[in-house]
Structures are given as structure tokens and as C-alpha cells.
Design a protein around this ligand. Structure first.
Ligand code: ASP
Length: 590
């Protein structure tokens, strides 16, 4: 907030965060909530709080007995209007920016009384998650929650300024749209006027922003709500906010450069951090070296593939494995039995799901002690250490099994080791572009291809011919921005040609008729001059959380849902009346 912003209104002269020794002697009027009341011998003190801070009001029992009596039965969270004189304090409180002064109160008006709040309005509140969610408006009074919302506001404003300076136009797109079978599940909204029909809430403004490109608005952005009815997972919100962007007449390189600029700007103004040019890794390499398409690159610990090195002995576990890979935990060669058992327990947890863990302790004398000494000669183990680049004093951890599954498990172990070794410290930021995603992904269960990003993503031009003949080999100019192992944004170069879009729908298993029914508007639009275009969307909630080193995106949403997708305050979702159902033409069975 600008320093010279005038907050004086007819009800108050200053805020509770504003007064300093320089104001001594002034008569002021403050409004706010009672944070606390203390009666200390002859003096009564009230800490009055508003959005801007806390100021102490003082009442002298000897000289102001009536006022003292008046406030004696006030309670926490009452709303007061206090008139008084700013006075320098004897006992200053260096922890509070207004702690050098207090207000010798002259007149107190009660603007509103309050029940005793169900939890303390303090950073270290005594209220549990559920209780605070139910009384979110009280939770929002807590300083840490307030600071999170202001932090979010600051980021959003900076995004708007930056985008505006680059000629991007913020355009709103509708919330009542059409349900489509692709992607996550839709939230649907029954139409009363068109009985039996439904709108859907948008999972993203994807097709609208593409139509805007077609319409000539070559730089679009929008800070926009998106809705996805996904299965419950920790830290997912059914409605969340994207910084949604699209550009026409661009290549992938233009998009990466433009949005690298935006992200750097945010880091600079919000955190004061200069971000180095963002490294890039292909999807294939991310999977090969980290087992993960959003690797945390604050630390290295890359995978080394060992399949060919370890299948020549009689160790059936390895012999039968499709893939064997290892990581090196530097300096952990002295791990105790107990520590190694802990790691084995970790990989065996159902969330990880490995059958077991093989370890090689590289001893200071150059020898190697392993959990598979029975099967492998010292020489075999030395080969493994050499390939992994392990030195005496290091620990090699090895998992084996089906390729994809094992890579995922080793990725989890890598993150766990990074955590244990303090390599994922808060306050360090490693940004990464993951590029060249595959266009499609095969789903065993349904026996069909799905778009890895979305059905509007273009195949790499040089691979277009293989779309039907070898779909699984086709890559896309699709990219994700990853910060510290969290996906913060993703986008792609789009299909801007009717025929190619129709081919893509066919590969995805749509009949021509289905494609026309679902996406006819887009296919038709492509008849009328579609420029090449591409874009990206960033998760604003997630960006706030990552920049704050916070665990949960919920902390940055004013009125979030809980992990069961419920709004505890509204008690929603909830049933609606039979009359409403009837009006909407909806019949509930059982
Ligand atoms: N609409 C995409 C999404 O929501 C982002 C993009 O491709 O721009 O993930």
C-alpha cells in the first residue's frame, strides 16, 4: 500500500497500525476489534486491532474511574470507536510497530458487541481446522491468514501490471459453458429455462481463449476461476484460480521467454530474488533422471540405470526386473542398520509400494558392504559404484521392477532422501521448464489414448504424419513450469487447423459426429482464419503457496473448501427442496 494513502473517514482519523511517537499530543479516533483487555492494578489496557495493526488504549483507574468501569465488562472482539490522545509510552513494546505509543482514552463508543469467539484470534490459535473453517470470517481476522490474502493480492496486482505493460488484454469468459467428456469431471448446473439440459462450469477457459486468438485479440490473459470435479486429494480445491494466458503469432520459444519474464518479475518484486535463466529439461530426461515430470531440482541425486549391470548373477529379484535403478546419497555410507531399515520401511509403505530396497554402503576403505553380498562379488558392486559416481562414504540405494512403477518409487525415495539430508530447504527456489511432453497417453483401463495435456495441443510439426501410425511416439510443443518439485503452470502450442484437429479427435476415439457435437464451434471457427497460437496457465493459489514455502493452497484462499470438498461454513454442498428439483425437471432416484 502506498505510504500516503489517506484512510481517514468520517468515523476514524487513523488506523490501528499507523500511530508513532511523531503523533504524540494529537487527538485521534480509532476503530477496531478488541484483541485483549488487561487490568493491571490501577490501569486498564485494551489492545485494539484492525487490518493495519494493533494499538494500545490506556485507561487510568485513578483519573478516569468512570471510563475504567465502563470498559470493565467489554470482551474480546467487541467493536469500538475510541477517541483519545497519543502519548509516548514508558514501557515500550519493540515487537509492535505502534509499541512506542498508546492512546490515553477519553471517549469510548461500542459499535458492536461480540459473543466470546470460539477460538482465539491469534497466530497460534487454539482452534482446530474444522472449527476455524466453520468460522472462517473469524479465522480471516488472524494476522497470518490476513497476510496470506494480502500476499495473494500483491501477486495478482503485479501480474496484471506486468501483463498490461506487455499489451495483454484481460478478457472475461463465461462460467456457464458446455459439458465435455474430456479431462476431469465437470460440475454441472441444471437449466431451469431449458428443462432437462445442463450447463457445465469451465475446467479452464481453454477453447474461449483460442477463439479470442481467432478473433484477433493476440495477447489475452485472465485471472480466472476454474472448476474441476476431481477425486479428493490432499490440497486440491474443486474451484481454483488460474492466471490464464494465450498469444497468437508465436512459437514455443516466444511463450517460454514471455512467461519466464513474468515469473522472474514476480520473484523480484515479491521476494526480492533474481532468478537465473530457467533451465530446461525434456519430459523424457525428467523421467529418466528423476522418475518424475515435475522434479525437485534443488538437489541433484539423479537416477543411474543399472539394469544391464546387475542381471548376470543369480539374484532373482533383479533378474526378473524390467528396470533397475539407483541413487547416491552423498555422505550416508555410515548409515546404521536402523536408518537403513527405516528407508526400507519407507519404500514398503503402501503409498510407495516397493517390495524391498537394496543398499550399497561405500566404506571409507574403498570396500562396499551391501544387502546383496550373497549374490554379488565385490567387483560387481564396485562396477555399480563407479557407474553411479559414488565415492567412499556414500550410500547407494537401488530399486527394481516394472520400469514406470519403479521410477516413480525411486522418485519418492529420492525426495525422502533430499528431505532427510536437508536439501529441500525452504527459501531456495529452483525453477525448471519441462518441455517436449508426449502428445498422448495410453490408458490400459479404457483401452484408448488420452491427450496428455488437452485435445487442442498440437503435435510437433515434424511428427504430424505419425499421429495415426505411431501415436505414442509423437511429442508436443507442450511445457510445464516447475518450481521446487511443484507444477506451477503448463501450456502448449495449439492446433489451429480444422483438419488436424479432426484427426486428433479421431485418435482420441471420437467419432466425427461426436467431435462435431462437442467441439463443432471450434472446428467451424477454424474455417475463418485461425492464426497460429499457444499459451499457458499458472495456478495462482499454488504460486502463492510455493512463494511462501507454505504446505497448503487453502491458506491463500479466502473461503476454501476442506479436503472433502465441503464448505464447512456454508455447509455446502447440500440438498435442495423438492420444489426446486421439480422446477429443474430433476428426479432423484433412491
Ligand atoms: N488450459 C490449460 C489448463 O488448464 C492450460 C493451457 O494449455 O494454457 O491446464
Amino acid at each position: 500500500m502506498k505510504q500516503n494513502t489517506v484512510l481517514t473517514t468520517t468515523m476514524r482519523t487513523h488506523t490501528c497500525g499507523e500511530l508513532r511517537v511523531g503523533h504524540t499530543g494529537q487527538t485521534v479516533i480509532l476503530c477496531g476489534w478488541i484483541q485483549s483487555i488487561r487490568n493491571l492494578g490501577g490501569m486498564t489496557f485494551i489492545d485494539l486491532r484492525d487490518r493495519y495493526g494493533i494499538t494500545q488504549l490506556a485507561f487510568n483507574g485513578e483519573t478516569q474511574p468512570d471510563l475504567c468501569k465502563q470498559v470493565s465488562d467489554y470482551g474480546r472482539e467487541w467493536v469500538l470507536r475510541a477517541t483519545g490522545t497519543v502519548t509516548e509510552r514508558y514501557n515500550k513494546n519493540p515487537k509492535n510497530p505502534t509499541g512506542d505509543i498508546e492512546i490515553i482514552a477519553e471517549k469510548i463508543e461500542v459499535l458492536s458487541v461480540s459473543d466470546v469467539p470460539p477460538f482465539t484470534i491469534e497466530n497460534d490459535s487454539d482452534g482446530g481446522d474444522d472449527l476455524r473453517a466453520r468460522y472462517r470470517y473469524l479465522d480471516l481476522r488472524r494476522e497470518i491468514v490476513k497476510n496470506n490474502l494480502l500476499f495473494r493480492h500483491h501477486i495478482a496486482i503485479e501480474v496484471r501490471k506486468y501483463m498490461n505493460d506487455l499489451g495483454f488484454v484481460e478478457i472475461e469468459t463465461p462460467f456457464l459453458v458446455k459439458s465435455t467428456p474430456e479431462g476431469a469431471r465437470d460440475f454441472v448446473v441444471p437449466s431451469r429455462v431449458s428443462r432437462g439440459d445442463f450447463y457445465a462450469l469451465p475446467q479452464s477457459p481453454q477453447t474461449f481463449k483460442q477463439l479470442l486468438m481467432l478473433a484477433g485479440y493476440d495477447r489475452y490473459f485472465q485471472i480466472v476461476k476454474c472448476f474441476r470435479d476431481e477425486d479428493l486429494r490432499a490440497d486440491r480445491q474443486p474451484e481454483f484460480t488460474q492466471i490464464d494466458c494465450e498469444m497468437a503469432f508465436v512459437t514455443q520459444e516466444d511463450i517460454l521467454q514471455t512467461f519466464e519474464g513474468l515469473v522472474k518479475h514476480i520473484f523480484k518484486v515479491i521476494k526480492g530474488i533474481d532468478i537465473a535463466p530457467i533451465e530446461r529439461v525434456t519430459y523424457a530426461d525428467a523421467m529418466k533422471y528423476y522418475g518424475n515430470d515435475k522434479p525437485d531440482t534443488r538437489f541433484d541425486m539423479r537416477f543411474t540405470e543399472l539394469t544391464d549391470l546387475l542381471q548376470h548373477r543369480d539374484f532373482t529379484v533383479f533378474k526378473q526386473a524390467e528396470w533397475i535403478g539407483g541413487i547416491v546419497a552423498t555422505g550416508c555410507g555410515n548409515y546404521s542398520r536402523k536408518q537403513l531399515d527405516e528407508l526400507t520401511d519407507f519404500v514398503r509403505k503402501p503409498q510407495v509400494g516397493a517390495a524391498g530396497l537394496v543398499y550399497l554402503l561405500c566404506l571409507p576403505d574403498g570396500k562396499i558392504k551391501s544387502s546383496v553380498d550373497k549374490f554379488y562379488a565385490q567387483e560387481d558392486l564396485q562396477h555399480v559404484a563407479t557407474r553411479c559416481g559414488a565415492k567412499p562414504g556414500d550410500l547407494i540405494l537401488i530399486l527394481s521392477g516394472k520400469t514406470e512403477k519403479t521410477r516413480t518409487q525411486l522418485s519418492q525415495l529420492r525426495l525422502e532422501m533430499g528431505q532427510r539430508l536437508g536439501l529441500r530447504a525452504a527459501g531456495t527456489y529452483k525453477l525448471l521448464w519441462v518441455v517436449d511432453f508426449p502428445l498422448l497417453e495410453w490408458d490400459e483401463e479404457t483401452g484408448r489414448y488420452y491427450a496428455k495435456h488437452h485435445p487442442f495441443t498440437a503435435p510437433k510439426p515434424e511428427q504430424e504424419q505419425e499421429l495415426e501410425t505411431a501415436p505414442e511416439t509423437v511429442n508436443a510443443n507442450a511445457y510445464d513450469l516447475v518450481i521446487n518439485g511443484t507444477e506451477i503452470g503448463g501450456g502448449s502450442i495449439r492446433i489451429s487447423n480444422r483438419e488436424l484437429q479432426e484427426r486428433m479427435f479421431r485418435v482420441l476415439g471420437f467419432s466425427n459426429e461426436e467431435a462435431r457435437k462437442q467441439f463443432g464451434f471450434l472446428l467451424n471457427a477454424f474455417r475463418y482464419g485461425a492464426p497460429p497460437h499457444g499459451g499457458i496457465a499458472f495456478g495462482l493459489d499454488r504460486l502463492c503457496a510455493v512463494l511462501s514455502d507454505a504446505e497448503s493452497i487453502r491458506d491463500f484462499i479466502a473461503f476454501p473448501k476442506n479436503n472433502a470438498a465441503r464448505d464447512m461454513m456454508l455447509d455446502s454442498p447440500s440438498s435442495i427442496s423438492n420444489e426446486q428439483l421439480k422446477e429443474l425437471g430433476i428426479m432423484l432416484t433412491s
